[in-house]
Ligand binder design. Sequence first.
Ligand code: SF4
Length: 236
Amino acid sequence: MMNMFDYISVLAGGTCKANCFFCVGKSIRKKKPPYFATEPQFEIFLSTYGRLAKKMSISGSTSDPILIDSKILLNYIKKSKASGLKTSIHTCILNLDSEKIKILKAADAIVLSVHNLNDIDFVNEITNRLKNDKIRISSVCSSENIDMIQGRDFYESFKAERFTVRKNVFEKIEPIIPYPETGEKIFNQPVFSDGNKRIALWDFKDANKYIDARYLWPDGQMRHQCYWSNLHKVNK
Ligand code: SF4
């Protein structure tokens, strides 16, 4: 294989009912129901880049992919997996119900956005249902939850073992992760672990300098940038 991308990604556009204050795509959100690029555009993207990567990330920056029509979402997951791509879906706990949890089962890996301990029982129930090793918890660290993120209780409360702590891009924030640094880096981002819990501390601006990916935007354009790097003019 000549050129291997770190991953390829399909992004959801449109609105998101969660409306998180730290949402990186909020300022460019279109007032229309959540949507992906069309199926023909998805197939062109898959046939162009699918053979140059091992992973597909089904994600969103202005919306959450789980809010898209379940037939369309399941179809894209199925086609991605049929192309040999390990397919992950990124979704927010606030947008899930029991029907949508069934859809998540189709993916190889699931990233759940959870930023506090309010829904801990629900998160742990999902983790049990979908198997621990499929789940990663992704939390945005902001001035609102930094004390929680800096305590071990936060990580120990979850049955999941893998976490990403993302620094809120709209604040200058430097959380201290309460586990030893391992020396391992993911896209130049440090990893912390006690052998049980494993946490990557993520700074988008820096990570984007190291990621080589291809994104299918909701309008059908194929770009090397996700929304965030485009909005904040981050260049590789
Ligand atoms: S759930 Fe995700 S897409 Fe929706 S508002 Fe929050 S950060 Fe944005």
